[in-house]
Ligand binder design. Structure first.
Ligand SMILES: Nc1ncnc2c1ncn2[C@@H]1O[C@H](COP(=O)(O)OP(=O)(O)OP(=O)(O)O)[C@@H](O)[C@H]1O
Ligand SMILES: [Mg+2]
Length: 245
């Protein structure tokens, strides 16, 4: 898996056109956990929609393993910012939705889903409905659905944005554990600098609108990371500084 963006730009037309992204270029390699940070309105979700093929760039190229995928859906696993689960489907029916849409064999998808429920903290909840789950459980179910799409790249748009601070911390640790086990390639959107510093191999920083890439910061700190370490604090300060420009 190799994702490459070359000078990708996007403007939304309308009475007052909005330029969301300006000439954004970056690469993501196999197995990397890359975070994308930027202020509200800097184009993070737009960038995800472009990579997922739900939007087409005005100019520039998006390539997956060298192949041009501008405007093409179906290549990446995408968990949009506002997910969510379908209230009338059970957990199991929700998480195999991707397989259903891709017309894959359902029995196999159910088996794989059931096998992963414990890792996602959903053991015993296969037949529960979303309303019967906590906020964290719902996010984990949505994440399991994304992972079961079996794409080589996962796009996660602020997956923990709506959670309380404590649940969010638990989910971050849990995600690190899942990532260590399954080793997916991840593009993780957040506007929480601490979250990005805690999780990532590399952090991309977008400027305020129109979003331009203003920093590409490798994170060499070993995991699990300690937030009171001097190096961690320095990284956070560096990111906050970049965001302020
Ligand atoms: N479908 C659309 N039509 C018109 N304008 C849009 C559309 N989607 C996004 N925009 C505009 O593009 C800009 C970037 O929006 P986007 O949702 O990508 O930001 P974001 O970085 O994800 O913000 P947040 O952190 O609040 O989620 C905003 O000014 C937004 O109003
Ligand atoms: Mg967004």
């Amino acid at each position: 898996m190799y994702l490459s963006l070359q000078r990708v730009s996007k403007t939304f037309d309308g009475e007052r056109p909005v330029q969301a992204l300006a000439e954004v270029s970056f690469d993501i390699r196999q197995g990397e956990f890359v975070s994308l940070i930027g202020q509200s309105g800097s184009g993070k979700s737009t960038l995800c929609n472009l990579i997922a093929g739900l939007l087409t760039p005005d100019s520039g190229e998006i390539r997956l393993d060298g192949r041009l995928i501008n405007g093409q859906t179906g290549h990446v696993g995408y968990m949009p910012q506002r997910d969510l689960l379908m209230p009338w489907r059970t957990v199991l029916q929700n998480v195999i939705l991707g397989a259903e849409i891709a017309r894959q064999p359902l029995e196999q998808a159910r088996r794989r889903a059931r096998a992963l429920l414990p890792l996602f903290g959903l053991e015993g909840f296969a037949d529960a409905y979303p309303r019967q789950l906590s906020g964290g459980m719902r996010q984990r179910a949505a994440l399991l659905r994304t992972i079961l799409m079996e794409r080589s790249l996962l796009l996660l748009d602020e997956p923990f944005g709506a959670l309380d601070a404590l649940t969010r911390r638990e989910m971050q640790n849990w995600l690190l554990m899942v990532w260590a086990q399954l080793q997916p390639t991840v593009l993780f959107v957040t506007h929480d600098v601490r979250e990005a510093a805690l999780l990532s191999d590399r952090i991309l920083v977008l400027s305020a609108r129109p979003g331009r890439l203003i920093a590409d910061v490798p994170v060499a700190l070993p995991r699990p990371r300690c937030e009171s370490d001097e190096a961690f604090l320095r990284l956070q300060a560096q990111l906050l500084g970049a965001l302020a420009t």
